[in-house]
Design a binder for this molecule. Structure first.
Ligand code: GUN
Length: 280
């Protein structure tokens, strides 16, 4: 039976440590979140971020806008937050409404306040092998989870399914930095199973049920980043957990695997940005 990569447990460990660190800070870090539109999942995610910040003593502010908000209004808010010395971290919750240019919006955030590490500056630093202000939250969470279980990707074949800017592309870069041999697969990949079967570490970030027993190698590590509701309303990941639990050596469950690590990374990044802004 595969060992469970327990993101919930690691998140609690990270939070215990962060609570002590934040307690000692004379001024508490502040995270500002922009939420535009009425995507129900986004509302839940943002509410969870607010609750976690509160638990840790981190200040958080949420600026909510209707789905017909203009791009200029969002840009104006980002300018205000950039100029406000009391704001240390800015997050624009994605997806944004269709009429808004997400690249333009994200790039308006000062790189030193970009808590998602998604601006051109920070992703450029990541892709060129330099230090960004912070690393994107979900990929960072995956790395922390692998570190906790002493899984070293160096020299291993890491296969990533998904090529999003939030997860697929940055996690591939972070694995490359850790000396893995990396393959990125996506919706147009032919013979997906032929490739995924060669993975020592398989990271699936699709949001659809794509990984079953036939896709994985014996004793591989399987990281499931997908989270969605199936037709019966149950929360599911990309991976058929029951099918592979006797074949993989480690699996991250959904829920309770990567999800809690994303939020832990967001909190870590908020404190990290505060410290960098204060030369700590
Ligand atoms: N939407 C889903 N995940 C994320 C995330 O990590 N950051 C942002 N900004 N939006 C998201």
């Amino acid at each position: 039976m595969a060992i469970i990569l327990d993101g919930k447990k690691l998140r609690e460990k990270i939070f215990e440590d962060l609570i002590l660190k934040v307690e000692k800070m004379p001024v508490k870090p502040t995270l500002a979140v922009i939420l535009a539109g009425d995507d129900p999942s986004s509302k839940i995610y943002v509410n969870n971020k607010r609750k976690c910040a509160q638990k840790l003593g981190i200040n958080s502010m949420v600026f909510e806008y209707p789905s017909d908000v203009s791009q200029s209004e969002i840009l104006k808010k980002i300018d205000e937050l950039n100029d406000d010395k009391n704001i240390n971290a800015i997050l624009v919750q994605l997806p944004l409404p269709e009429h808004i240019d997400k690249f333009k919006v994200i790039d308006r955030i000062l790189p030193s306040k970009d808590v998602d590490g998604l601006t051109t500056y920070n992703s450029g630093k990541l892709f060129s092998g330099e230090e960004p202000f912070v690393y994107p939250c979900t990929p960072k969470g995956i790395c922390l989870l692998l570190d906790e279980y002493k899984i070293n990707p160096a020299g291993k074949h890491v296969v990533v399914i998904g090529r999003s800017n939030l997860v697929g592309k940055p996690v591939a870069q972070m694995m490359l930095r850790r000396d893995a041999t990396v393959t990125i697969c996506h919706s147009k990949t032919e013979n997906l199973a032929e490739i995924t079967k060669t993975a020592d570490i398989l990271i699936s970030a699709v949001g659809k049920n794509v990984v079953g027993e036939k896709n994985i190698k014996l004793n591989s590590v399987v990281i499931d980043v997908g989270i969605f509701k199936d037709l019966s309303g149950s929360i599911r990941g990309d991976v058929e957990f029951d099918e592979i639990s006797n074949k993989a050596s480690y699996i991250s469950p959904v829920p309770g695997g990567v999800g809690p690590m994303t939020i832990a990374s967001l909190m870590l990044n908020t404190v990290e940005l505060y410290n960098k802004q204060h030369d700590l």
